[in-house]
Design a protein around this ligand. Structure first.
Ligand SMILES: NS(=O)(=O)c1cc(F)cc(F)c1
Ligand SMILES: [Zn+2]
Length: 260
C-alpha cells in the first residue's frame, strides 16, 4: 500500500503540490542532447523589441524575483523564430543553485549552469489576458538564457543593486527603466521545443526558446541572488536557492535548432 510518507515523497517541499502532472506529455525542463536536436532551416530569426519604459517593478514572490512589465500594449514584444504570432513581454525571472555546480532548469548534454533567466511572453493576438494564455497550448513563449560564471555583467548589476530591497517574500520595489535585451547573448542561435511552465500550475502552454550561448555573470552577482529569502519578514529565514524543477522526460518530442 502506498503509505502517506511515500505519497508525500512526490510532493516537493517548495510547492506542496505534485512534482509530476498526471498525463503530462510535454513537461519542462528537459535535457537538450545537442546531437539529437534537428536543424530546421525554416526557423526564422527571433525578433526582439523591448521598450525599457514598460518596466514596472521587482517583486519577490517567494519562489524567485520577478521583474514585471506593463503588458497592456504591444510596446515590448517578440516575433519570428518558431512563433506564429507576436508575444508580449510580461515578466522575467531567474532560477539558481546554492552553489555554482547547479541551478539552471534546462541542461545541455546533461551540463547544468549556475543559473537560468526566463523571459516570459504571452500571445496577446489570440488571447485576452496572460491568465487565459497560460491555459492554451500556444499561449506562452519563454526565452531561456543560461548564466555562466565569468566577467561581471554591467547590465545585470542595476538589477542586483535593487535586490536587497526585495529580500523577503511579498516585497516589491519600483524599477522603472530597464531594457532586458541587455541580458541576451549577441549570438542568435537557439533551440526550441514544446513544453510547460516549470512551476505550478505546470500547464503545457509554453513554446520554449533556449539560447545556445550563455551570458557571463560574476560570483558576487550570483551571491546576490542567493541572499534573497523564500520567507517573509519575521519568519525563520530560508535562503532562496535551488529554486529549479527536476528534469522531465522528453517523451515524444523533438528539439529543433536554428543553427547547423
Ligand atoms: N519558470 S517558467 O518560466 O516556466 C514560469 C513562467 C510563468 F510566467 C509562470 C510560472 F509559474 C512559471
Ligand atoms: Zn522560470
Amino acid at each position: 500500500a502506498c503509505s502517506r510518507k511515500n505519497r508525500n515523497a512526490a510532493l516537493h517541499p517548495l510547492w506542496q503540490s505534485p512534482l509530476t502532472i498526471p498525463g503530462g506529455t510535454r513537461q519542462s525542463p528537459i535535457n537538450i542532447q545537442w546531437r539529437d536536436s534537428v536543424y530546421d532551416p525554416f526557423l526564422k530569426p527571433l525578433k526582439i523589441s523591448y521598450d525599457p519604459t514598460t518596466c514596472l517593478h521587482i517583486w519577490n514572490n517567494g519562489y524567485s524575483f520577478l521583474v514585471e512589465f506593463d503588458d497592456s500594449t504591444d510596446r515590448s514584444i517578440i516575433v519570428g523564430g518558431p512563433l506564429e504570432n507576436q508575444y508580449r513581454l510580461k515578466q522575467f525571472h531567474f532560477h539558481w543553485g546554492a552553489i555554482n555546480d547547479w541551478g539552471s532548469e534546462h541542461t545541455v548534454d546533461s551540463k547544468f549552469y549556475p543559473a537560468e533567466l526566463h523571459l516570459v511572453h504571452w500571445n496577446a493576438v489570440e488571447y485576452p489576458s496572460f491568465e487565459e494564455a497560460v491555459m492554451e497550448g500556444n499561449g506562452l513563449a519563454v526565452i531561456g538564457v543560461f548564466l555562466k560564471l565569468g566577467a561581471r555583467h554591467e547590465g545585470l548589476q542595476t538589477l542586483v543593486d535593487a535586490l536587497p530591497a526585495v529580500k523577503h517574500k511579498d516585497t516589491v520595489i519600483e524599477f522603472d527603466v530597464f531594457d532586458p535585451s541587455c541580458l541576451l547573448p549577441s549570438c542568435p542561435d537557439y533551440w526550441t521545443y514544446a513544453g510547460s511552465l516549470t512551476t505550478p500550475p505546470l500547464t503545457e502552454s509554453v513554446t520554449w526558446i533556449i539560447k545556445k550561448k550563455p551570458i557571463e555573470v560574476d560570483e558576487d552577482q550570483l551571491e546576490a541572488f542567493r541572499m534573497l529569502l523564500f520567507t517573509s519578514d519575521g519568519e525563520e529565514e530560508k535562503r532562496m536557492v535551488d529554486n529549479f524543477r527536476p528534469l522531465q522526460p522528453l517523451m515524444d518530442r523533438t528539439v529543433r535548432s536554428s543553427f547547423q
